[in-house]
Design a protein around this ligand. Structure first.
Ligand SMILES: [Zn+2]
Length: 130
């Protein structure tokens, strides 16, 4: 979305992607793929809560979506995406997560996250040890 709005260049996105890969590799984590929506059109099929990026990943990897998690702080995009694709979900209270649970709860009122976590570390532990 930021690329499509001109707030971030694709080159800067790639630099940030590389930075995340380096941090993950240092921690012994392998990231299989990255997906982004650089498109300007709205709504774009690859922009959450629509499933385009998940469908791209599914075409490249054998993913058991019903046993996978969507993590995020935004109910109206992350939690709705999880609902649309039939995955589990964890809403983190950091970022805009607390607001998603209060002032903006009406924007995703029909959906319940599988778990609510205080932060991403707690969310990862919930996913691993559920
Ligand atoms: Zn897109």
């Amino acid at each position: 979305m930021h690329i499509g709005k001109g707030l971030l260049t694709y080159e800067e996105y790639l630099r940030q992607e590389k930075r995340v890969i380096n941090i993950a590799e240092t921690a012994g984590v392998v990231i299989d793929g990255f997906y982004c929506c650089p498109h300007r059109m709205t709504p774009c099929e690859c922009r959450k809560p629509l499933p385009g990026m998940v469908n791209q990943a599914k075409s490249s990897y054998d993913i058991d979506i019903s046993n996978s998690y969507v993590f995020g702080d935004m109910g109206c995009s992350d939690m709705l995406l999880a609902h649309h694709i039939g995955s589990k979900s964890i809403l983190v209270r950091t970022g805009v997560g607390e607001g998603s649970l209060t002032a903006f709860r009406h924007t995703w009122a029909d959906v319940e996250p599988t778990f609510i976590a205080d932060n991403i570390l707690e969310a990862v532990k919930m996913a691993i040890y559920e």
